[in-house]
Design a protein around this ligand. Structure first.
Ligand SMILES: Nc1nc2c([nH]c(=O)n2[C@@H]2O[C@H](COP(=O)(O)OP(=O)(O)OP(=O)(O)O)[C@@H](O)[C@H]2O)c(=O)[nH]1
Length: 142
């Protein structure tokens, strides 16, 4: 690891996370509420989770969407990457747009899920989910 990388992460391993921006044809997108017992419980986030050893972003996302929402991902397009320094972890988030899937999303871990449009009417969002809303606004304006 380079010195710069070590400085940025405070010497911690980088936690890699695959995150899905699940978008319907009408532009609405899915948010889920973090279950009790996880860091930032009750905060709203885009569905996803940590990569397992040797797993690709796409495979991790498909697995997480099945586990969390009981949907089968059919189309996924890498979008943006963001790093965030939380007290509990230094995370690198790989955001992907998910535009096709089979099944109707439901909270398989007891979490609430909601289809949203901009501006969202739920709060609070995870700190590193907030920029996604700005990216979507930018795209809409372009
Ligand atoms: N899924 C998701 N995680 C996010 C977002 N933004 C963000 O900072 N994260 C961070 O990414 C990490 C994802 O971890 P997680 O706890 O959801 O993953 P997981 O389901 O694999 O966890 P577990 O198996 O340990 O329970 C957390 O540190 C979380 O705070 C987001 O929009 N969606």
């Amino acid at each position: 690891m380079s010195t710069a990388a070590a400085d940025k992460t405070g010497g911690r391993a980088v936690t890699e996370v695959a995150v899905g921006v699940v978008v319907r044809a009408d532009g609405s997108f899915l948010l889920g509420q973090r279950p009790v017992g996880k860091p930032y419980e009750g905060y709203w986030e885009f569905p996803g989770g940590k990569l397992e050893a040797g797993e690709s972003v796409e495979a991790a996302l498909a697995r997480e969407l099945k586990e969390e929402l009981d949907i089968d991902m059919r189309a996924c397009e890498p979008w943006r990457t963001l790093e965030h320094d939380y007290p509990h972890a230094y995370v690198r988030l790989y955001f992907c747009k998910v535009t096709a899937w089979d099944g109707e999303p439901r909270g398989m871990e007891g979490q609430a899920v909601t289809w949203q449009t901009l501006p969202v009417n739920v709060a609070p969002l995870l700190p590193a989910a907030q920029p996604v809303l700005e990216w979507m606004l930018d795209e809409r304006a372009a």
